[in-house]
Every structure is written in structure tokens, then in C-alpha cells.
Design a protein. Structure first.
Length: 451
């Protein structure tokens, strides 16, 4: 992977004109497929969070909110085989189009997408551009991943997209432009939107179409000098790459592009949160017993039964700039309350994580969790049958109690760390970060048959 300059690791511009043509981002308009508001109960009722954020209870609530909720496409109910589920989603997508529930826009466009979170969630405003981005792997240096992926989720997304022949969800990517694309975004946001809706979490969503040639030219010229960081959607980007490879024999293939939301973080910085683990087959008492058995300078503190003070203790356990504070801190939860886990010692870290890797990588909580705790202490395989990944703290705690397992709650990674590692071509352990706000699924889809 090419390295980005140190002053702006994930969102660096190219100053050399020769590199611009070869290495810039290419975002194309497409004919969006959108819900007809007259055919559904409300636009908010047919949207969904990204597929990997939806927990089992949330999935049921989304399905109950409207019979046409997009979750029925992105997470089709299990059939006798996965392929049956994909075929069901494809048939459902075709039926909804035939019935007019989903209608294609009359002309290709880029879409300006705005999210404003509720005051309880910080009142954050985010705007960006949804379009069809040219797909390239990390070696090209245009789109930089920062996390590893797991084969099974990639294969699942590949099967679904291959069968539906549609991009059902926009990936979240960040870049930093010279202001021309941002100006197009701001001008569009002063017009009446194509749609406006509020989802159950209190977030307001608005969408505008951009098809003016001059606006499109400004966006293209700006992005041609940029590269992007994958903020959310590594498995789906890997899906794009695999499907592009499968269709290399096609000239001007629609599989050469994938739907993304590009956010200029010079204008709209993203928020970074942690992704928690639930060790479904490891009871909390067993996790604690194994820690006591291995030693390694692990320190466990019983924090009682109350979640809120325990979470505050986790946040305070790794204070910035405190040389006396622990290198790593985790909150273990399940039947038996909450326990703060800190450590390890240098010898245990050196034995688990190679010394030739960047020090920031070696000391990431996710690195220590996967390389030392999961592999060596708890011996838990990193697969969906043993580990669940949940973004919501409360959901992770509830799932640990329900399954009789152990929730491992983490502090978020600083965005600067993500950038510095991406510039060195170092991918973090999978599911290390949760950037947001994440785009809602269902406001606009890309049917590859529409061009």
C-alpha cells in the first residue's frame, strides 16, 4: 500500500499533476432506486442501520415497522441454505420494483446526504456525497482500509450482492478536498430536499439529487486529487473487490463501481466509537478463572452490578497522557456483574505481538484482546459461532447475559491513531472502530441493471 503523508494520513491530497490522473477518486452519478413515500407507511419506517449493526431484537422491530423495510433485503431470514435467502431477497427486490414500492429516479445523479443526530446523541450534523465510486484495492493507494476482514461475512455479502445485482447500502468513506465538492454539497443543502425523514433514534435524514454538469465537474475535479479512508464497510468493500474480479471479462462493467457515501472531514469530522465483543461460549466465571491461572500481570477489579459507574471506570482507566495508567483496559460483563481488566506485562505482550510492528498497533486494546487474551488466555476462535460484535454497549451486556457468555467492552480508538496506522499500510484488528454517524440503509439503492 502507498503511504500517505504524515500531516494527513487518511485524507491526503496529491500535489503532483501526474499522480492526479492516475490515483484520484472517481465518483459517478447513478440512477438511484428509492422508496415511493405513497406506497409505504413512512420513509423512516422502511430504513435500517447498516446490516452489521442490527442485533436480533432490532431486526424484528424493523421487520414489524413496515412490510417493506429494507432489512428484509440486507438480512433476509434464514432459508434452508444461504443461497435460498439471497434468492428470496432478489425476488423481493424485483417484486417491490414491479409494484412501484421502489422506483428509479429519472436521470443519473450524485446524492447529497445529510444526517443530524438527536440532541441526546450530540446533535451532530454530517453531510456528504453518495455516488458510485471506482473500485480499487489497497495497492493502488486510492482507498485505504484500516481494518482486517473475516472471510465468512465477506462471502455472505458477496452472495447477496451477486444474486440481487444491487448495492443495497452505501459504505462510509472519508476524504479531504479543496472545497469544490464541499461547495456543491452546501449549495444543494439550501434547496428543498428530495426526501426528509426522521428515524426512531431521533436522527433526521435529508437527500438531494445533483445532476448539473458544472456541479458534477467540480466534484470530479476535486476528488481527482484525493484518496479516501474506509471509515465503515470493510467487508462490503472486500465484496466490491471480489465481484469486480469476477466480472473482469465485461467491458465497462457496473461491477467496477460500488455505492459509497464520501464525507469531507475538513468540513464534517466523524465520530469514533468502540465495537464490543461478546464471547458467547465463555461464561464470565471461566474467563476470570483463566486470567487468574495464567498470570501475566493481569489485574482484575470487581466493580459490582451497576453498569453506569462501571462504564465510567473503564473510560477513566486509560486517561490520556497518564504514564502511571494501564496500557490496556477492558470491562468484562455478564452473569456476575462487571470487572475491570487491566494489563498485560511487557513479557506477555512481547510474546504475543511481534516487535517489528508499529508500537501504536502493538498496544491497541483490540490487538491485545485478539493476540493475547482471545488466542492465548481464553483460546476463543475468532468466528461468528464464538464471538459476536456489537456496537451498542447495552446490547452487548444483554447478549452476554442471555447467552451465558462474557461481554468484553472497549474504549474507542482515537481517530489520529487510525490515520497514522493507515498511512503505514497497517490494518487494525477487525472491528476495531465504529465511525459515525453511519448512513441509513434504504434511502437510496443502486440497481446495477439501471446503469
Amino acid at each position: 500500500m502507498r503511504r500517505v503523508s504524515a500531516d494527513d494520513a487518511s485524507e491526503t491530497r496529491y500535489g503532483d499533476a501526474g499522480k492526479v490522473a492516475a490515483c484520484g477518486l472517481s465518483l459517478s452519478p447513478f440512477r438511484g432506486l428509492r422508496y415511493d413515500p405513497d406506497r409505504v407507511s413512512s420513509l423512516g419506517a422502511v430504513t435500517s442501520p447498516p446490516y452489521d449493526v442490527v442485533d436480533p431484537d432490532g431486526r424484528t422491530r424493523l421487520e414489524d415497522s413496515d412490510p417493506h423495510n429494507v432489512v428484509r433485503l440486507i438480512l433476509p431470514r434464514p432459508e434452508p441454505t444461504a443461497e435460498d435467502g439471497y434468492r428470496h431477497a432478489a425476488a423481493l427486490l424485483e417484486t417491490w420494483q414491479r409494484q412501484g414500492v421502489l422506483r428509479p429516479d429519472p436521470e443519473p445523479a450524485l446524492y447529497v446526504y445529510e444526517q443530524r443526530t438527536s440532541e441526546a446523541d450530540g446533535g451532530l450534523l454530517q453531510r456528504g456525497l453518495i455516488g458510485a465510486l471506482a473500485v480499487s484495492d489497497a495497492r493502488a493507494g486510492m482507498v485505504l482500509p484500516h481494518e482486517d476482514v473475516m472471510p465468512r461475512p465477506v462471502a455472505d455479502r458477496v452472495g447477496l450482492m451477486r444474486t440481487t445485482k444491487a448495492n443495497l447500502e452505501p459504505l462510509l468513506l472519508t476524504y479531504r478536498g479543496d472545497g469544490r465538492a464541499a461547495a456543491v454539497v452546501e449549495r444543494a443543502a439550501r434547496r428543498d430536499p428530495l426526501l426528509e425523514t426522521t428515524t426512531t433514534d431521533g436522527t433526521r435524514h435529508r437527500l438531494w439529487a445533483v445532476s448539473d454538469r458544472r456541479d458534477l465537474a467540480d466534484v470530479s475535479a476535486d476528488l481527482a486529487t484525493c484518496r479516501a479512508l474506509i471509515a465503515d464497510g470493510h467487508h462490503r468493500w472486500a465484496m466490491y473487490l471480489r465481484l469486480q474480479s469476477e466480472h473482469r471479462h465485461l467491458a465497462q462493467s457496473p461491477w467496477d463501481r460500488g455505492m459509497v457515501l464520501l464525507v469531507d472531514t475538513a468540513a464534517y469530522p466523524l465520530r469514533v466509537r468502540a465495537i464490543h465483543r461478546v464471547l458467547q461460549r465463555l461464561p464470565l466465571r471461566d474467563a476470570l478463572a483463566r486470567l487468574r491461572a495464567v498470570g501475566g500481570d493481569w489485574h482484575v477489579t470487581d466493580l459490582g452490578e451497576e453498569a453506569e459507574p462501571a462504564l465510567k471506570t473503564l473510560a477513566a482507566a486509560k486517561a490520556d497522557g497518564d504514564p502511571a495508567g494501564p496500557d490496556n483496559a477492558f470491562l468484562l460483563a455478564g452473569e456476575g456483574g462487571f470487572h475491570l481488566l487491566t494489563g498485560p506485562d511487557e513479557a506477555a505482550l512481547a510474546a504475543a505481538v511481534p516487535a517489528d510492528l508499529p508500537e501504536e498497533y502493538r498496544r491497541l486494546d483490540a490487538t491485545v484482546l485478539h493476540s493475547l487474551l482471545l488466542e492465548r488466555v481464553w483460546q476463543v476462535p475468532d468466528d461468528p459461532e464464538h464471538i459476536g460484535y456489537l456496537h451498542d454497549t447495552g446490547a452487548a451486556i444483554r447478549e452476554a447475559i442471555r447467552s451465558g457468555g462474557t461481554a468484553v467492552l472497549l474504549n474507542p480508538v482515537e481517530e489520529g491513531v487510525v490515520r497514522r496506522l493507515a498511512e503505514q499500510g497497517v490494518t487494525m484488528p477487525r472491528k476495531s472502530t465504529s465511525f459515525g454517524p453511519k448512513p441509513a440503509t434504504g434511502l437510496v439503492l443502486r440497481n446495477l441493471r439501471l446503469g
